[in-house]
Design a binder for this molecule. Structure first.
Ligand code: ZN
Length: 316
């Protein structure tokens, strides 16, 4: 069996809130000065990752999922379950909420729900984000929305580099300006916009809100909190565990030397946040560097990572 890690070409999305951090920090060839999202590992129809090199060069992740299921340990499921992105919030994003699987299934044509999580790669000093709300009951939530009491309703938290937030479906949230984030999420593109700061475009139009659906899905009272990670020293690496949850688990491997891994999940998704190194399997070596994203398939049972590098790793 071919034991190659699978490297992907990122897909970029221009957004009104985007900037140039994806080029400035990662050296990506972005399409404009308002680039908001890098879809790094994606099998979603709105932005498909394409394999960069090797045996599967030119295949999309979705094709691999459909026709080469052995690469994913024969896992079941119609859709590839995860989506990895980097988001450059150069301006405030609108305040939003995502549905769970059940609600999305019924109201969004069989889409998946969206639970997500964020690793803060970089942010301005005193940066904040919106995470949760203050309403105690659904009635209070509706009343505060109707009365436009956004400052009372929305909870702001201070963030810093290296923070990690787990954002279950139903959580009100928004990235604020000056934040660069690695997002791991369910493979879904369904967002309900709750509040857009009454901003208008050049023609004086506001962006559409989806208040009715948002009110249906917002968790009341708000419960999610910042994640307190656990760290563990291994030979050649420090492992930080952020979340082990039903939809995904997320870790950081801070490698300094040679780190040997036995794969015990169907596949692993890796995003290189800093430094560079090599991934070595029984069949050969594969160099990688900051900004690379790759999948370790089920055909690789054991491997070594060497170098000085920080990698965000996720699996289902
Ligand atoms: Zn979101």
């Amino acid at each position: 069996m071919n034991q190659q890690p699978i490297f992907f070409e990122p897909v970029f999305k221009e957004r009104i809130w985007g900037g140039t951090a994806l080029r400035d920090q990662f050296g990506y060839d972005i399409p404009s000065e308002q680039t908001g999202e890098c879809w790094a590992i994606s099998a979603h129809p709105n932005g498909q990752s394409v394999v960069k090199s090797g045996e599967w060069k030119g295949w999309t992740l979705d094709q691999l999922w459909k026709d080469r299921r052995e690469l994913f340990g024969g896992m079941e499921g119609e859709k590839f379950p995860l989506l990895t992105k980097i988001l450059d919030a150069n301006h405030d994003l609108s305040v939003q909420v995502h549905p769970d699987d059940q609600y999305a299934q019924t109201h969004e044509n069989g889409e998946l729900g969206k639970t997500e999580c964020w690793y803060i790669i970089d942010c301005e000093k005193d940066a904040e984000m919106i995470f949760g709300h203050t309403a105690k009951t659904k009635e209070e939530l509706v009343r505060m929305i109707e009365e436009g009491r956004w400052d009372d309703l929305l909870q702001r938290v201070k963030i810093k580099l290296g923070d990690f937030y787990y954002v279950p479906s139903g959580t009100i949230h928004a990235l604020c300006k000056g934040t660069l984030v690695l997002e791991t999420q369910q493979n879904s593109d369904t967002t309900y916009r709750v509040y857009d700061y009454d901003r208008t475009d050049d023609n004086g139009n506001k962006r559409e809100l989806h208040l009715e659906k948002a009110i249906d899905v917002i968790t009341v009272p708000h419960t999610a909190t910042k994640v307190e990670p656990k760290t563990e020293e291994k030979q050649g690496a420090t492992i930080t565990t952020y979340v082990q949850a039903p939809y995904f688990s997320v870790y950081k491997w801070s490698v300094n030397g040679i780190f040997r891994v036995t794969r015990d999940k169907p596949f692993l998704l890796c995003s290189v946040l800093s430094g560079s190194g090599k991934l070595k399997t029984a069949q050969g070596e594969h160099p990688f560097k900051k900004g690379d994203h790759f999948l370790i398939p089920a055909t690789i049972d054991t491997f070594e990572i060497s170098g000085e590098t920080n990698i965000i790793v996720s699996h289902v």
